[in-house]
Design a protein around this ligand. Structure first.
Ligand code: GLY
Length: 439
């Protein structure tokens, strides 16, 4: 199935079950100051779960644009290396606002995965929160074997949107994608073994968590589910890596063309190519939602992504600006579902090219400076880059701190965050004094 068909099938299924289809909210919700970006399909409904907002429907479904680059849900460092983590992704979700609860949520999920998408039952595992016997019983009723229902605690099976907000116990469906199903073992689920992949999370919204961490039961119990389209597509297209699905392959293909390289080069440097492909989608969507590169907050997240991608491109040998043509492929793939991408085509191209060129002016010199620093460190038997040098990379050469950390980590080195922060504070102090003096 093509990814467009997979998304459509999910949304059609839930519309047939009386869910109202809602198009994705923007990545930034000005009404929610507790988050930089929407990080889950339920975020636009937060106040509905909390009972503070009424909607004319009690069931909804969506394919929500999500970004996980900060706060409680941050996947940035896994991107590229991991076959299934992304900064930007589409979350398919069905929601009940005080309407159905565990019984229907579990029935729907099982029916859709096994009867509509025809995922093999013998590759599926489910997890429940350790005190949630009710969910375990419902899973057994729908036909899951008892030994495939596993219990986990707060860390794996209790989901919260952020530090505060609606939350509750969850029940997840995991897919075994290894080559030999006879090798499956319960210990693989929720382990670092990449053969086991969480595909769908059913959250039973029962509480609101406040600043003190206190859980207050919600007036109505609700359901929030989230399934990454990229992961489901990976399972249904039978590929080992989400970057091999039709959501990413054309982007990688374009990158290889621009770099005049072939698949062998991709296989040698796949994590770098994958990370660029990931970041290119995120930047296109951010610009389409009116974020521009800058030095603070959300704008700085975009700048960091662009600069990381520009650096990664350089390590692959890409000399000319390449981000705009690569982002164009994301627009081609996803523009129908998200028309804002098409509307912003010119902005995406102009902003990416301008920002990339700006960084390229200092990138080579910054890399030389960093290389010399690394050599000095290694020769002296040291491993930690002094804070002032990391700050110079930021201040003079425009290297986001996390990029410096990443490059150092690639060389087995690190940097003192505390020293870097001290330098940054000193610089702020100097600017303030300078401004005062001028005044
Ligand atoms: N809200 C469910 C999830 O993000 O997994």
């Amino acid at each position: 199935m093509h990814s467009n068909e997979i998304r459509r099938t999910f949304l059609d299924y839930f519309q047939q079950k009386q869910h109202t289809y809602l198009s994705s909210s923007p990545l930034v919700l000005s009404s929610d100051k507790s988050l930089l970006f929407v990080n889950a399909g339920m975020v636009p409904f937060k106040n509905v779960f909390l009972g503070q907002e009424q909607r004319p429907y009690v069931r909804a479904c969506s394919s929500q644009k999500c970004l996980r680059v900060s706060g409680k849900h941050n996947d940035l460092e896994s991107v590229g290396v991991s076959p299934r983590h992304h900064t930007f992704f589409e979350m398919l979700g069905n929601f009940s606002f005080g309407d159905y609860f565990k019984q229907e949520a579990i029935h729907y999920a099982w029916e859709l995965l096994t009867q509509v998408f025809h995922l093999p039952v013998e590759r599926l595992w489910v997890t429940v929160y350790h005190e949630d016997e009710e969910s375990a019983r419902i899973w057994e009723e729908v036909g899951v074997q008892r030994e495939r229902i596993l219990s986990f605690g707060d860390e794996d099976n209790f989901w919260s949107m952020g530090e505060i907000g609606p939350c509750g116990p969850s029940s997840e469906i995991h897919y075994y994608r290894g080559s030999d199903p006879s090798k499956q073992r319960p210990e693989g689920v929720n382990s670092s073994d990449d053969d086991y992949m969480e595909i769908w999370n059913l959250v039973f919204m029962q509480y609101n968590r406040d600043e003190q961490g206190t859980l207050t039961p919600l007036s109505a119990f609700s359901v929030d589910t989230g399934m990454g389209l990229e992961r489901l597509t990976m399972a249904l297209q039978g590929v080992q890596n989400s970057y091999e699905t039709d959501l990413f392959m054309p982007i990688l293909q374009r990158l290889l063309e621009l770099n005049r390289q072939d698949r062998a080069h991709y296989l040698q440097h796949s994590s770098v190519y994958n990370a660029i492909a990931d970041h290119s989608r995120a930047m296109a969507f951010l610009i389409a939602d009116h974020i521009v590169p800058g030095n603070n907050g959300r704008d700085y997240v975009l700048r960091r992504l662009i600069r990381r991608a520009a650096y990664l491109g350089r390590t692959l040998g890409l000399e000319q600006p390449f981000l705009a043509p690569v982002a164009q492929v994301s627009i081609d793939i996803l523009g129908e579902q998200y028309p804002e991408l098409r509307q912003a085509t010119d902005d995406i191209s102009t902003i990416l090219t301008t920002e990339e060129k700006r960084f390229q002016r200092t990138l080579s010199r910054g890399l030389r400076y960093l290389e010399e620093s690394c050599q000095r460190l290694t020769q002296s038997g040291l491993h930690t880059l002094p804070g002032p040098e990391a700050f110079k990379l930021y201040d003079t050469f425009g290297f986001p701190f996390d990029l410096t950390q990443k490059i150092l980590a690639e060389r087995g080195l690190d940097v003192s965050i505390q020293e870097y922060e001290e330098e940054r504070m000193k610089q702020q102090q100097r600017s303030r004094q300078h401004a005062l003096f001028k005044a």
